[in-house]
Write a protein that binds this ligand. Structure first.
Ligand code: GDP
Length: 200
C-alpha cells in the first residue's frame, strides 16, 4: 500500500451523513482521533507525505467535520473531529463526543483506531474514553504519542513506558508508540501497523 497516493474523498458533519453518502458496509476504514492540537493533521500529512491533505487549522469550526481519505481502493483513513477544544460550547462538545462514540461503535468497515495524544499531555479523560470505546467495539488501538521531538530521549522513553503501563489492562489490543511528524520518528512502525490493519 502506497500511503503517498492518499486523496480526499468526502466530508460529513456526522455519522448519519457519512453513512448516507459512503455506506459503512464496504471497504476498510482506519480512524484517527485526538484532542484538538494533538498533532493529528500533521501526522496524517507526514504519514502520506503530503503538505495539505489534512488541514492544520486551529479553527474549531473547521475541525468538526469527519474527513475521509482513500489510500488504495476501499482502504480509507478517516480524520475524526478533534475533541476537547476549550473554546467550544459544552453542548457542541457533547454533540461531537456523541458523534465520535457512534462512529466508533457502529461503523461496520472500521478496522482500527489511531488515538493521537501530545506526548507532553497524554491520557486525558476523553483520550481514555476513545480508547475504551474502541476496545469495547473490538477494535485494535494504536496510541501515538505525538511531538516526541519536544522531549529528550530519556523523557520520551519514560513517557512511552508510563503510558504503556497505564493501558496495560487493555491487553494486546492497544499499542503505544512515540511519533514525531517533524522528525519522522515512528513513521515506519505506524505505516506497518496501518498496512496490517488494511490487509488483515
Ligand atoms: P491537530 O489539531 O490535532 O490537527 O494538530 P496539528 O497537526 O494542527 O498540530 C498542532 C500544533 O502542533 C501545530 O502548531 C503543529 O505545528 C505542532 N506539531 C504537530 N506535530 C508536531 C511534531 O511532530 N513536532 C512538533 N515539534 N510540533 C508538532
Amino acid at each position: 500500500i502506497d500511503f503517498r497516493k492518499t486523496h480526499f474523498v468526502i466530508s460529513a458533519p456526522d455519522i448519519e451523513h457519512l453513512e448516507q453518502n459512503l455506506p459503512g458496509n464496504d471497504g476498510i476504514e482506519i480512524a484517527f482521533a485526538g484532542r484538538s492540537n494533538a498533532g493529528k493533521s500533521s501526522a496524517l500529512n507526514a504519514l502520506t507525505e503530503q503538505k495539505n491533505l489534512a488541514r492544520t487549522s486551529k479553527t474549531p469550526g473547521r475541525t468538526q467535520l469527519i474527513n475521509v481519505f482513500e489510500t488504495a481502493a476501499g482502504c480509507r483513513l478517516v480524520d475524526l473531529p478533534g475533541y476537547g477544544f476549550a473554546q467550544v460550547p459544552l453542548a457542541m462538545k457533547k454533540k461531537w463526543q456523541q458523534a465520535l462514540g457512534e462512529y466508533l461503535q457502529h461503523r461496520e468497515c472500521l478496522q482500527g483506531v489511531v488515538v493521537l495524544m501530545d506526548i507532553r499531555h497524554p491520557l486525558k479523560d476523553l483520550d481514555m474514553q476513545m480508547v475504551q470505546w474502541s476496545v469495547e467495539s473490538q477494535l485494535p488501538v494504536l496510541v501515538l504519542l505525538t511531538k516526541s521531538d519536544k522531549l529528550t530521549q530519556s523523557a520520551r522513553m519514560k513517557t512511552v513506558n508510563d503510558v504503556r503501563k497505564a493501558l496495560a489492562n487493555f491487553g494486546d489490543a492497544v499499542r503505544v508508540e512515540g511519533f514525531s511528524s517533524l522528525k519522522g520518528t515512528g513513521k515506519p512502525k505506524v505505516l506497518s501497523i496501518l498496512t496490517e490493519w488494511f490487509t488483515g
